[in-house]
Design a binder for this molecule. Structure first.
Ligand code: DER
Length: 224
């Protein structure tokens, strides 16, 4: 499809930022799957890099591709982190978490000297919020947390898969918050994070350095 071609073009451009000796953050999602395939080819051709995966899914795919892995403990500061996004606004503010990996993604992405977002043009929005905002919460008292999230002005829904609650790699739940539009992402992030039992929220604010967007056969490069 046009969208998948756009992901390939954006991922190809992202690979150009990778240099020998770098330690990389490896994001999660279908766009990052394209990036990982390309990175795997470069590693097979001799590229010397290590990656910190942001999910079990990415870890397993990276292993299959022969991409050497390391950890945040061994590399608390990464050279580059690459990741997808669900929404990207004109200030490079992101909603993420559609794949349920937002906690490890944010932990990894925030440690990088440069955080590079790779996306197709469908992710570009004028205002965040049309995409239901993922919030990772502890299992204990999750419904009370859900009610407190609703009090902030959204429909808050426990994410389920095949009729069972979705469980993150960290053995926690995701609550998807339907705000429809988010006027003040910074205020909302702080309000959500102050609810006891909330672990992390899919608002990635003031973190993104470069956005690579596939648009038809081109890639638009946005830099802060
Ligand atoms: O879950 C995430 O944050 C992913 O990065 C996701 O939002 C992007 O996934 P996609 O590349 O499959 O659209």
């Amino acid at each position: 499809t046009n969208q998948s071609k756009q992901k390939v073009h954006a991922a190809r451009k992202a690979i150009e930022y990778v240099e020998d000796g770098m330690v990389l953050g490896l994001g999660t999602g279908s766009t990052m799957d394209v990036f990982l395939d390309l990175l795997g080819e470069r590693v097979q051709a001799g590229l010397q890099i290590k990656g910190v995966p942001t999910s079990v899914k990415t870890e397993q795919k990276a292993k299959q591709l022969g991409i050497p892995l390391t950890t945040l403990s061994d590399h608390p500061k990464l050279d580059l982190a690459f990741d997808g996004a669900d929404e990207i606004d004109p200030d490079f503010q992101l909603t993420k978490g559609g794949g349920g990996s937002l906690l490890r993604e944010k932990m990894v992405d925030v440690t990088a000297k440069q955080f590079i977002v790779v996306a197709d043009e469908s992710k570009m929005v004028n205002q965040l919020g049309a995409f239901p905002l993922p919030v990772e919460v502890v299992k204990f008292g999750w419904d009370s947390i859900r009610e407190q999230l609703e009090a902030l002005g959204c429909d808050a829904v426990l994410r389920e898969v095949d009729g069972l609650p979705f469980e993150t790699d960290n053995d926690q739940f995701i609550i998807d918050c339907h705000f429809h539009q988010i006027e003040n992402p910074h205020m909302l992030r702080d309000q959500i994070k102050s609810i006891v039992g909330v672990v992390e929220v899919g608002l990635f604010l003031d973190m993104t350095d470069i956005v690579l967007v596939g648009v038809d056969e081109e890639v638009i490069i946005y830099e802060k």
